[in-house]
Design a protein around this ligand. Structure first.
Ligand SMILES: *Cc1c(COP(=O)(O)O)cnc(C)c1O
Length: 428
């Protein structure tokens, strides 16, 4: 399998190269050159989530130097459960928050870290120039990447997050590392952080002296494992419910929803993919009008989805050159903060389940969708957003043990202006 740029002006590369480069040289994003047709039944007998993921990913790494290592990579990366919990007769909840930092970002970050660790050019460079992984985060990515790469040889990580734009527990997770992890509180928005990362890649001087790569959802190594859990859970759900399901996906930068649509394209039983967005309306408006109008992000309770110019839209357009096809397979809607609050409270009353604000957008959308079976994707554990959810449900939400351990560590970060110079200065 080769990977090509969405802009079509870069050479096709292997999976490893695409992963190490991050952004394609022409400024586009890497996507698979073709879509393997996979038989979903092949995942059914795999025996564990990790083995099913390896079966799904096999054709995507075919011919790559990491291909022989794929089963071991998946065993190490996906060593936590991926439950599909029934909510009612027609709805299940796909819980993607059982990894070490309690959000779905652990899947991509851990897969990426296991891949990097097995590439000789990373390990051997340990003494000379370490690989610098730049990661802009709207809340959860940075913590997952920091956790996955902390103390890994040959790599250093720069985490950029919008100062004041993440929950207190998210911030703690971004700043409790030290060693090879550098945390930057940027005076600006997530889009400013993302822009800084893009600028760093385009800066010839910096790109020459430092070996840069990205761990954002622009990195193909994070997206493929996200397609894997849709492949596995859609087949599992069909076995459990006797019919294929639609999926409702809380969406911001569109990496998670793209994983769902990639799994669908590879032949897995997802009847429809509904994108639940917060008050940032760029994507729902695009679905409604066909016009792509990025705008500055607004802050919401579902802060990891506060994105006004989602970079993965470029991949979505590449997957659906025809708008009519996109509208047939997918839809998008915006959910405001008042509704998020209401849904967290009512879900708790009705089911005893505490939803995080992101998951709440999808729960709301589920109630408005057609009949049939649906899977609501739960993207984070509610305990990461204790200051929002606890007053709404009137009870303490205990952090899972791995999260509790991180929260007990001291934290440290450097505050910078959203300028390349400031970032470089903080790293040197
Ligand atoms: C990152 C994140 C999202 C948004 O996912 P995208 O891939 O950016 O669309 C939703 N919920 C949570 C909890 C997240 O961390």
């Amino acid at each position: 399998m080769r990977y090509v740029s969405t802009r079509g002006r870069s050479a096709a590369v292997s999976f490893s190269e695409a992963m190490l480069t991050g952004l394609a040289p022409d400024g586009g994003l890497y996507v698979p050159e073709s879509w393997p047709a996979l038989d979903p039944a092949r995942l059914d007998g795999a025996g564990s989530y990790a083995r099913a993921a390896a079966v799904f990913l096999e054709p995507f790494l075919a011919g790559d130097r990491l291909a022989p290592e794929l089963p071991a990579i998946c065993e190490r990366a996906f060593d936590f459960p991926v439950p599909l919990a029934p909510l009612d007769e027609t709805t299940s909840v796909l819980e993607l928050y059982h990894g070490p930092t309690a959000a779905f970002k652990d899947f991509g970050a851990r897969f990426l870290a296991e891949c990097f660790a097995r590439l000789p050019d990373v390990g051997q460079a340990a003494a000379a120039t370490p690989l610098t992984i730049l990661v802009a985060t709207s809340g959860d990515t940075g913590g997952a990447v920091a956790a996955a790469f902390h103390r890994k040889p040959g790599v250093r990580v720069a985490v950029l997050f919008p100062k004041g734009g993440v929950s207190p527990r998210q911030e703690h997770q971004l700043t409790c590392w030290g060693d090879n992890v550098h945390s930057f509180a940027v005076r600006g928005s997530f889009d400013d952080c993302q822009r800084l990362v893009k600028q760093a890649f385009q800066d010839p001087d910096w790109n020459r002296s430092a070996r840069l790569t990205s761990a954002n959802s622009i990195n193909i190594g994070r997206l493929l494992p996200q397609a894997a859990y849709y492949a596995e859970s859609s087949s599992r759900q069909r076995r459990l419910r006797g019919a294929p399901s639609g999926f409702v996906v809380p969406s911001g930068n569109l990496g998670n929803a793209l994983g769902a649509l990639w799994a669908r394209r590879a032949g897995f039983p997802l009847t429809h993919v509904a994108l639940a967005c917060n008050a940032n309306r760029t994507v729902p408006d695009w679905f409604a009008t066909g016009e792509w109008k990025p705008r500055p992000p607004v802050s919401t309770l579902a802060n990891a989805m506060d994105v006004g110019d989602p970079s993965n839209a470029e991949r979505l357009r590449a997957l659906y050159p025809l708008r009519a096809d996109l509208l047939r397979d997918a839809s998008a809607a915006s959910v405001d903060d008042a509704t998020i609050r209401e849904v967290i409270a009512s879900t708790w009353r009705k089911s005893g389940r505490v939803a995080c604000p992101h998951t709440a957008t999808a729960l709301h959308l589920r109630a408005r969708l057609a009949t049939g079976q649906w899977v609501v994707v739960a993207t984070a554990h509610a305990a990461k957003f204790d200051t929002i959810v606890e007053p709404l449900v009137g009870t303490r939400v205990q952090p899972p043990p791995a999260l509790a351990e991180l929260l007990s560590r001291p934290s440290r970060c450097v505050e910078i202006e959203p300028e390349l110079r400031a970032l470089r200065g903080g790293l040197d």
